[in-house]
Design a protein around this ligand. Structure first.
Ligand code: AHM
Ligand code: MG
Length: 336
């Protein structure tokens, strides 16, 4: 099989970009570079005690920051700033957005979770980077403002993730299909391995939820999980439970094998845990581009009007069939 690098592929498909393709291809190059640096550090983390463990500080959401979380945040900001098209960055690791003062002429803003799946960093389990790009609203040549970031997900011009798993992959969409590239450390390149990714036509059989929280969930979610677990030869139940606890890894597996990821609201956290702007929106665009769905239970994630950089939202994402099935329990169309 011939090798096609991410950059070659993007250039061969320039017409699929809805923004300035030179800028966005440049940004993808910067994200690749950041991904390579983080890949290297993640892969030798066990040998480098100074990059494992907690920093001793919390992010704005009161979560303990890991050293690699903070390091990945710095790495991506550095490579993006050098590339010059992003005027401001919002990140899970930053209280407020930051302006890249040397890039005031950049036309875009970037939102990211630099290293998602924090609880898996120290135990050699898959983690990921998630990113989302909008065209700015404020005038070029000025500092980015909050309104540049708080746009509905339908306005994303680029979204993607890097999965640091058994291999490292970069998967992206510019709103014209979802394409995956596997990192070849020998070549130092992300090479096309998964073109035009789609959820399997039958929707799949996997459900992914932290069942430890089930007692905290609404009865409708409990009923859905019970339904998944019941025996029924006709429709192939029980389904299979798989939950890594790293959103990118759970999403990626479900995209390839067919499945549904749920992080619902709970009694303690009515809006769930996941953040709209840099976790749910980018994955929602990818899910829809891959023929799937992403809802907050009722509404399309991509149409939600954001009001905060770090706003949380219940998240149901996966194949059409399983997303519809789960959310039909919420609206009580099925009673198990
Ligand atoms: P993080 O951004 O602090 O890593 O939190 C997000 C992660 C997701 O990757 C994962 O799906 C979820 O939190 C797991 O949460 P829980 O441990 O509550 O199941
Ligand atoms: Mg996260």
């Amino acid at each position: 099989m011939g090798i096609t690098t991410l950059e070659q592929f993007a250039r061969e498909h320039e017409s699929s970009f809805s923004g300035n393709c030179e800028d966005l291809i440049g940004l993808l190059s910067a994200m690749q570079l950041g991904g390579k640096v983080v890949h290297q550090e993640v892969n030798k983390a066990g040998l480098m005690q100074h990059i494992l463990g907690a920093v001793g500080s919390q992010n704005v959401q009161g979560e303990e920051q890991q050293k690699l979380d903070v390091r990945a945040n710095d790495v991506f900001i550095e490579v993006i700033e050098r590339q010059g098209i992003i005027c401001g960055v919002g990140s899970e690791e930053l209280d407020d957005h930051v302006n890249l003062t040397s890039c005031k002429n950049g036309e875009y803003v970037l939102l990211m979770d630099p290293l998602d799946g924090s609880s898996n960093i120290d135990v050699n389990v898959s983690i990921g980077t998630i990113f989302s790009v909008f065209k700015r609203k404020s005038p070029i040549g000025t500092d980015a403002v909050l309104e540049d970031f708080l746009q509905p997900g339908t306005e994303q011009v680029l979204a993607g993730y890097i999965l640091y798993g058994s291999s490292t992959m970069l998967v992206y969409t510019v709103g014209n299909g979802v394409h995956g590239f596997t990192y070849d450390p020998g070549l130092g390149e992300f090479c096309l391995s998964h073109q035009n990714m789609k959820f399997p036509a039958n929707g799949g059989k996997i459900y992914s939820i932290n069942e430890g929280n089930i007692g905290q969930c609404d009865d409708s979610v409990k009923r859905f999980v019970q339904y998944c677990q019941e025996d029924n030869k006709e429709d192939g139940r029980p389904l299979t439970a798989r939950y890594i606890g790293s959103l990118v890894a759970d999403f990626h597996r479900n995209l390839i094998k067919g499945g549904l990821y749920i992080y619902p609201g709970t009694k303690k956290a009515p809006n769930g845990k996941l953040r709209l702007m840099y976790e749910c929106n980018p994955l929602a665009l990818m899910a829809e581009q891959a023929g799937g769905k992403a809802l907050d239970g009722y509404q399309r994630i991509l149409e939600l009007e954001p009001n905060d950089l770090h706003q949380r939202v219940p998240f149901f994402v996966g194949s059409n069939q399983l997303t519809d099935l789960a959310t039909s329990f919420l609206s009580n169309e099925i009673t198990a």
